[in-house]
Write a protein that binds this ligand. Structure first.
Ligand code: KG4
Ligand code: ZN
Length: 324
């Protein structure tokens, strides 16, 4: 079957075409440069830019896939969670296309999509545990089978990426803060600054507002005292606290649920320290670890298409067209 997938939940508009589980094209228009001057995503601007961009992204994805639109069997799209204006643009484009082509339309969940990014080009066995770390979400999910998502824990306040972005602004770095902090932290391995991990709220839930406030307060204190701040070491100290915090929780879940695979997903999984510690921890626990390619870690339509494929072939869709 040929699936066209659309992702528009935040500041990326992306269209992918899949032949069953194989990604034929995955075009992403990113708005990072447009939001930079505001220090974060401006929802109204994100929606307006989606309106400007959807047409070329759609054309390019179809052209690159070498599939004619009349061959498409399904349209799938991100229905939530996300910015409402951004989601609506994706929904309207998807609905229009599906109605014009007279093919089924499937609304899907963005976070489930992030988990499914790991299934692109990988064979994953169950049970699996996914750690999704992004600008809007931080979540540990247990999967006993395809499409069975059991949330073990999630953030109770800020998301990890949001925390990186907000602390980075106070460090004088530009948006998005995650890659900027990552780059500075690579220049040292000395954690000169003490940024405490939060006290446990419960086993697998997270809280990042404490780390954010402690980091920002420390920056203020150092500035007020006219102390020169070693930004490389500050970035390293902050990043180490965040990464160790999520990895410790994930390891606890792995020890309790004994999965065969550990999956890392979401934009923050581009972080070099997180990738290294994740892989090391999985191997120490003797389980396989999967980190999707960077293109599939940040918001993209291929992951939504992959989730769509699994959703379509579920029992209730057994009449789905499978092309071989
Ligand atoms: O998944 P994503 O593209 O969008 C959301 O669904 O939120 O994630 C974007 C987030 C931003 O907060 C960005 O700062 C963070 O991912 N990020 C990173 C790195 N690259 C992107 N955080 C830490 N280290 C990185 N290398
Ligand atoms: Zn996302």
């Amino acid at each position: 079957m040929y699936i066209l997938a659309i992702e528009s939940s935040c500041d990326e508009f992306s269209v992918a075409v899949l032949k069953n589980e194989k990604v034929l094209s995955n075009i992403i228009s990113s708005q990072i440069e447009d939001h930079k001057e505001y220090g974060g995503v401006v929802p109204e601007l994100a929606s307006r830019l989606h309106v400007q961009n959807f047409n070329w992204v759609l054309e390019e994805a179809i052209k690159k896939s070498n599939v004619s639109i009349n061959e498409l069997d399904y349209v799938v799209y991100t229905a939530n969670p996300g910015l409402i204006g951004s989601l609506i643009i994706g929904k309207v484009v998807s609905q229009t296309l599906a109605q014009y082509l007279q093919i089924p339309l499937l609304p899907l969940n963005h976070l489930h999509g992030h988990v499914y990014s790991a299934f692109i080009d990988n064979k994953i066995e169950f049970p699996a545990i996914a750690l999704i770390t992004s600008g809007g979400h931080t979540e540990i999910t247990l999967m006993k089978d395809h499409l069975e998502f059991e949330i073990l824990g999630s953030t109770q306040d800020d998301a990890i990426g949001e925390c990186f972005d907000k602390v980075a602004i106070k460090m004088g770095l530009s948006y998005p803060g995650g890659p900027a902090i990552d780059a500075l932290a690579k220049k040292t391995d000395e954690a000169k600054y003490e940024i405490p991990k939060p006290k446990d709220i419960n086993k697998y839930d997270f809280s990042f507002s404490g780390i954010k406030t402690a980091s920002i307060n420390l920056l203020h204190k150092l500035k007020q005292a006219d102390t020169k701040i070693d930004l490389n070491s500050f970035a390293y100290s902050f990043q180490k606290t965040c990464v160790e915090y999520v990895i410790e929780k994930l390891e606890k879940a792995i020890k309790e649920y004994q999965p065969k695979f550990a999956i890392l997903g979401g934009g923050v999984s581009a972080n070099s320290m997180l990738r290294t510690k994740f892989t090391k921890m999985a191997s120490e626990n003797k389980i396989e670890s999967i980190i999707p390619k960077n293109e599939y870690c940040t918001d993209n339509a291929a992951m939504i298409g992959m989730l769509g494929f699994r959703t379509i072939i579920k029992e209730e869709h057994k009449n789905a067209i499978i092309r071989t």
